[in-house]
Design a protein around this ligand. Structure first.
Ligand SMILES: [Zn+2]
Length: 201
């Protein structure tokens, strides 16, 4: 597999990097992404590929089940760097279908660290349990609801962080968006439209 990856780099140089050398020279000097991406670590969910974006478009944080942990120095540092230094205008929290993390939230897991991590999505599980009870949902339908509720909960966590709260007290930026990527067909659903009524820059 490792040889395949290195061969892939040669194809990347030939087909993408070298033909666009000017672009890559410019971003080598200075990165100026406009978006912070918070997504799942899942190997099928590649933010730049799914959005047809070149490297340099998004600053990226990925973890199991696209969680915004309010007690995680890692995501806090990424967030601070993105909004204070890079001055990103938009933050996208993107969940996805067939997420192993979401199934683990539903079913529970025995592994210690994974269980601790997924606790941060407990509120989404409670909301999904309630909705599933009211609507008599199948397991598949319930996982879909849980995926959506998890994105909404992580956006709530994001909005509650002092850094973001203070910025929103001053204005609308960073705008926060909730997306769902469908691994079956490659499409994106908008769960929370952060574009609001403002005109896009
Ligand atoms: Zn996932």
């Amino acid at each position: 597999m490792i040889d395949e990856l290195l061969q892939g780099n040669k194809r990347y140089l030939a087909n993408e990097f070298n033909p666009n050398a000017e672009y890559y020279r410019a971003i080598a000097d200075h990165q100026a992404p406009k978006v912070l991406w918070i997504g799942c670590s899942d190997s099928r969910v590649s933010e730049h590929q799914m959005t047809g974006s070149k490297p340099g478009t998004m600053f990226v944080h990925r973890n199991i089940a696209n969680i915004v942990a309010f007690n995680d120095v890692n995501i806090s540092a990424i967030l601070e760097y993105a909004v204070v230094h890079l001055k990103v205008e938009d933050i996208i929290v993107c969940g996805h279908t067939r997420c192993g993390g979401i199934a683990a939230i539903e079913d529970g897991v025995r592994e210690n660290y994974i269980a601790d991590w997924l606790c941060i999505a407990t509120g989404a599980k409670e909301a999904a349990d309630r909705i599933a009870g009211e609507r008599s949902l199948s397991r598949e339908e319930k996982l879909a609801v849980l995926t959506e509720e998890n994105v909404k909960l992580q956006i709530k966590h994001l909005r509650n962080l002092a850094l973001i709260r203070n910025m929103h007290a001053q204005g609308e930026r960073p705008r926060i968006h909730g997306w769902l990527y469908r691994v079956e067909d490659g499409t994106i659903d908008i769960l929370v439209d952060g574009r609001g009524s403002q005109t896009t820059a």
